[in-house]
Design a protein around this ligand. Structure first.
Ligand SMILES: O=C[C@H](O)COP(=O)(O)O
Length: 251
């Protein structure tokens, strides 16, 4: 049975003291359950300290991006080797904000996904369509292609461990959540695409998250869907109480 993975993506928010207070609360109160996993996706400067703070707890720390190269002349970049060395376990790749604002492409997301596995990090690969693409009926095709591109060159075992987050861009930070049926429809399609490129057994193992205005009020309905196994949460992950309610709903 797949776990519910609840990942809080802080984006470019908080200062160190706020990050420490938040994680202190979460470590104290997060449910000890085999069925739910809590991940905090923090800005780079906080990672080392938060990894230390969550040692020997079930809470995991993720980065929000990384470069695909191991080292070199890439000023301002952070490598998978550095993240692994700190004790970071997961990395968000291809978030729509990175695709839109920082010229991330399917090709770079694939390189980063391969690099994550090479260095023992679990990728959380984001895919999703704009409102225009949805209205032009391009959602399934576009998301399917993003998934195929991200998984290219991975072994079946690696695909099984990849977390894929479906985040319709029109629902991010807008308060407009996709209905749970809309979200599930795309997640089912993603699972079918994974099956097409690997096998049914592998596709059944892949954790599929939904992201886009997820809140304590709508999480249960989303998690009740057949192909939604967690959430990638922005705004509602900024307060410890609200993040804990989301993790609790995953139990
Ligand atoms: O990574 C998280 C997503 O972009 C969702 O953000 P949001 O929950 O603020 O809509």
């Amino acid at each position: 049975m797949r776990k519910n993975v609840i990942a809080g993506n802080w984006k470019m928010n908080k200062v160190m003291s706020e990050a420490t207070d938040f994680v202190g609360e979460v470590v104290k109160k997060a449910p000890q359950s085999e069925q739910t996993e809590a991940i905090v996706c923090a800005p780079f400067p906080f990672l080392a300290s938060l990894v230390e703070q969550t040692k020997n707890t079930p809470v995991k720390i993720a980065a929000q991006n990384m470069h695909f190269e191991e080292s070199g002349a890439f000023t301002g970049e952070v490598s998978p080797v550095m993240l692994k060395d700190l004790g970071v376990t997961h990395v968000v790749l291809g978030h729509s904000e990175r695709r839109e604002l920082f010229a991330e492409t399917d090709e770079s997301v694939n390189k980063k996904t391969q690099a994550a596995f090479k260095h023992g990090l679990t990728p959380i690969v984001c895919v999703g369509e704009t409102l225009d693409q949805r209205e032009a009926n391009e959602t399934m095709n576009l998301v399917g292609n993003q998934v195929k591109a991200a998984l290219e060159g991975l072994s079946e075992e690696q695909v099984a461990q990849t977390i894929i987050a479906y985040e319709p861009i029109w629902a991010i930070g807008t308060g407009k959540t996709a209905t749970s049926e809309q979200a599930n429809e795309v997640c089912t399609h993603i699972r079918n695409v994974v099956k097409e490129v690997t096998s049914e057994a592998t596709a059944e193992k892949v954790v599929l998250q939904y992201g886009g205005s997820v809140k304590p009020a709508n999480i249960s309905e989303l998690l009740a869907q057949s192909d939604i196994d967690g959430a990638l949460v922005g705004g509602a992950s900024l307060e410890a109480d609200s993040f804990l309610q989301l993790v609790e709903a995953g139990k």
